[in-house]
Design a binder for this molecule. Sequence first.
Ligand code: TGC
Ligand code: FAD
Length: 403
Amino acid sequence: DPNWNYQDPLNLESLLTEEEIAVRPCILSGKCNVPQLELAHPEQENLLPRVLDSWRTEGFNHETLPEMGKLGLLGPTINGYGCAGVSNVAYGLIMREIERVDSGYRSTASVQSSLVMHPINEFGTDAQKEKYLPRLARGEIVGAFGLTEPNHGSDPAGMETTAEEVDGGYIINGSKTWISNAPVADVFIIWAKCKWDGKIRGFILEKEMKGLTAPAIKNKLALRVSLTGSVFMDSVRVGHDALLPHGKGLAAPFSCLNSARYGISWGVMGSLEDCIDRAREYGLERKQFGRPIASFQLIQKKLADAQTEAALGLLASLQVGRLKDAGKLSSNMVSIVKRNNCGKALLHARALLDIFGGNACADEYHVGRHAANLQVTNTYEGTNDIHALILGRAITGLQAFAN
Ligand code: TGC
Ligand code: FAD
């Protein structure tokens, strides 16, 4: 059937522009037609051989971000400051390709792009943009985003971290936990409640500031190629130039989350697509009862279910990306694709893992690693249930988060 490609079953590619199509080969093969994206290495070939070593040792590879920077993959939707200035759909395609390899690499990239470069670009001064964006775009410095606290994950409105205005600047006190990139971060976007008006604002902190520590959270069961840490701030003194002045209230960090959640909706589909490819290949090679196990109906059903959800999820993310590019995005749309795609990727990665039998246990087969990672993607950036409640509120007008 000339119209059928099991790797693109609903012909997503027919809906992409030439520039967007070029993003995919640029990452896979190093050949690119997009002038803004300056290429150095094929991403997949680069990341895949190193993933198992990093996974086993929880080791952060310091070359990864600079390599992504060379490829133009960091802050790619920003115009200027050395960024590629491509569409939100292209950004989604980039996340999909990176997460084909591992959700942890995508996490590192999406924190840098959506959670650190985006707020500086949206809410920062010209001086802050000039100071940080070009170096973040090149991956020379690493960023982290601190919203979650030990006592406040799903309810960031209750945060206890404070900023107090003093002569010459502010004093920040509090702690953040489960912060991606934190142990290796040079800059931290820290969200704090301002004592003078009770509003949440963002501050740019730097790693060498007195009173700031960011120890790693070790022995994670997932996302082991992305470092995660706590951030403790004991009377950290910053100048007035640390405040992101153009964002106030929870809407500011949520605008970063809208962008990151949208990228994750594409990314997890890449992870599921990798699981499908690997399970198909294994099923065709592995024989039991004298036949390839891929010939058994129960195996085929698992592949068909997973492929259907990947194809539908990608089309939904594409539509949300198009609306984002057209300025017609509602954050409720992002909740639909973030929740659906993360939940479906997790469900089907776990089902496909069965195809590997005992080998499901071996990390060389990669699908167990994806399934473990997808548990986290279904949790961070708003859990699956929290997004259900966001949508429930949008549908009924009644909020069910609290009394
Ligand atoms: P609520 O009353 O709903 O809203 C407060 C203010 O925020 C505005 N707002 C939004 N603005 C833009 N985009 C959105 N998505 C927005 N959602 C809300 C809202 O209009 C309001 O503005 P204003 O001006 O009236 O004050 O606030 P709430 O406290 O009732 O919120 C409830 C809830 C549950 C929806 C929210 O808190 C939530 O989304 N919780 C989940 C927390 C979360 O997602 N944390 C993520 C931490 S970062 C992370 O996980 C990074 S992992 C990265 C990686 O490694 O890839
Ligand atoms: P809780 O909020 O305690 O939720 C526990 C359970 O209760 C969940 O099932 C939740 O759905 C449910 N629940 C909570 N409230 C309700 C309700 N009202 N109704 C029904 N059910 C409810 N955060 C950052 O700020 N920056 C980062 O870079 C970052 N990176 C992360 C990396 C990793 C590896 C992980 C694991 C987490 C990361 N996070 C980060 C934190 C993440 O965003 C939070 O874990 C997430 O928002 C959930 O918060 P919590 O863990 O406190 O769970």
